[in-house]
Structures are given as C-alpha cells and as structure tokens.
Design a protein around this ligand. Structure first.
Ligand code: SER
Length: 312
C-alpha cells in the first residue's frame, strides 16, 4: 500500500485524488496530524505525527506500506516564526521516514523546495548544482533533508526521489504559511472581492507551477527508471515565473475591474532571497520532465475552478 503523510495539505489533497484515479482507493492510506472534517467514502484514513518514530513504524508495518509520499512539513513563513517547530517537523519527520523506509524497504518521494537557495545563489536560471546557503530556517531544513536523502540513497540503497518545488498554485486546498501563497490568494480575492492587497511588492518575481504539473512531476519521477535518476538530493523543476504585477495583469485581462495593491510584510525578505527562475534541464534530460501549463492556461483554469468553488 502507498502512504501519504501530510495528506490534508495543499499538495496531499490533489496527489491523493490522482493516485486514487489511477490505482483505486484500496492502494492508498492518507494520513495527517488530524482526521479531515470531510472523509471521502471508500478512502482509508489514519492519524500520523511523523515526529514520532514509533507511530511511523507502526503505520508502515500495519498497512504493509511499500511507497511513501512524505508531504508533512512546515512552510517557509510559519518556519520563520516558529523555527523549532520547523526543524522538528521537517528534519525529524524526514529522518524518521527515511529510517523507517530503510527498515521496511519502502520507496520514498519527498518534496524539497526552491527555498534551498539563498542570497548567494545565482538568481536567474538557477542551476541544478549551485550554492545552497538559504537564509531561512525552512531552507535549512530542506537542505538538511536533501542531504539525508542523498546519504540514505547512497549508503542504504533506498530508492528516494525528490523535486525542488517552486510556488504551487491550486484551488482544492489552500496553502498554509508559505511565502508564495500570494499567488493563490490573489485568485480567490479577485473572484470574491474584486481586489487584493498583496504581501510582496509588485516587482517580486518567483518561479511558480500549477498543481496538475506538480502532481505530474511526482508521478513521473516515481515512475522513472531507477538508473535514470542521477540526482539523489533533489531535482530542479520549473514551469513559469511571474511577478506579482504580471499575475495581477493576467487576472485583470479576465476580470477588468480587478485591482491589486501592495503592502509587503516580513515575507518580502524571504521572497527576495529566492531565485527568479530555475534551470530544470537535468530533470528534463533524466526523466523527461515537461510541464503542461503555461501562465495563460493556468490563469484560465484557476479562474474557472475558483469561480465554481466560490459559486461566483
Ligand atoms: N511554496 C513554499 C513556501 O512558500 C516554498 O517551498 O514556503
């Protein structure tokens, strides 16, 4: 059976749907710190705190888990406010999962982030192998996680695969505590209220990706032939980059009355330390990574679904 941790989070909800679509509900166990309010019929749920090794082992044993999508984690903005929590959940969590994967011979997917990069990293077309000296605690946990993945892959022959996600835009579940959340908030506020106050400046440009492509990347890398995976830290992947002002303009093209103002807060410094665009040629070469959505296709699809969700 396949285990998803952090399954109630932004990525977990959509990944679970995709896995159920392709494998049926019997193959999947979705877990999080708490049971979700709405349970989907036929789906298996359990509660799991990944910071407790005993709980991780118990779940893996009880359900005969062979593959783990370890998505439980604290995002960047929350991590800056609660650095100890970020370290505990992100580092001890991935450590427990990898240790358990070694004992029970599981394959693992774990998401890293563009947050592994920092102010001393080349900002444009950031290469696969480059400086990873992040300024945030979140970034520090992701660099540590990447090194743990590499260590366990090399020393214990565990099959661990990972991508460095850019900001992810989605409508099913809200992101929580991320620096790139403005790109999601902007859609919801535009449809609901016709206006948005953005917490980064209009010039802030970051790499982003639409959720269907994020899900595709996880399924594609896990399907790839073992011998083609030449990066055992984490792969750069990219779809498109835009500034806050460019996203606002793309939304205004579809909702002409939409207005956006800018009131940067503490998240600006985090955004400023991250790359503007990412070189993902290694992922393209090794496991044929290609995104399907460009900016316009993403904006059209997001507005369609956000309107449906908000019944507007
Ligand atoms: N989207 C994440 C965040 O903003 C980055 O991994 O924290």
């Amino acid at each position: 059976m396949i285990l998803i941790t952090g399954a109630s989070g932004q990525i977990g909800i959509d990944l679970a749907d995709a896995l159920v679509d392709s494998l049926g509900p019997d193959q999947l166990l979705v877990t999080d710190l708490r049971m979700p309010e709405k349970l989907r019929p036929g789906r298996k749920y359990d509660v799991l705190d990944v910071t407790y090794m005993e709980s991780v082992e118990k779940i893996i044993q009880a359900h005969n888990i062979h593959t783990i999508y370890h998505l439980a984690g604290i995002l960047s903005a929350t991590g800056e406010r609660h650095p100890e929590l970020a370290w505990n959940v992100n580092v001890n969590g991935v450590r427990n999962i990898l240790e358990a994967a070694k004992r029970y011979k599981c394959r693992v997917f774990w998401p890293s982030s563009i947050a592994v990069f920092g102010p001393t990293t080349p900002k444009v077309n950031t290469p696969q192998e480059t400086v990873t000296e992040p300024g945030t605690m979140y970034g520090a946990t992701k660099v540590t996680g990447e090194l743990l993945c590499k260590f366990h892959s090399n020393h214990h022959e565990i099959d661990i695969r990972s991508v460095r996600f850019p900001g992810i835009i989605s409508y099913s579940a809200p992101p929580g505590g991320g620096t790139t959340d403005w790109a999601v908030d902007m859609f919801f506020q535009a449809v609901e209220h016709g206006s948005y106050t953005c917490f980064v400046t209009k010039e802030t440009r970051l790499p982003m990706m639409y959720m269907p492509d994020a899900v595709k990347s996880m399924l594609d890398i896990m399907d790839a032939d073992h011998k083609n995976i030449t990066v055992r830290t984490s792969y750069n992947i990219a779809a498109f980059s835009f500034s806050a002002e460019e996203l606002a303009a793309a939304i205004r093209k579809r909702i002409p009355t939409f207005t956006c103002t800018y009131a940067p807060d503490f998240r600006q410094a985090i955004a400023d330390s991250w790359p503007e665009s990412i070189d993902d040629s290694r992922a393209r070469k090794d496991w044929d990574w290609t995104p399907e959505y460009d900016l316009d296709a993403m904006v059209d699809d997001m507005l369609l679904h956000v309107r449906k969700k908000l019944q507007k």
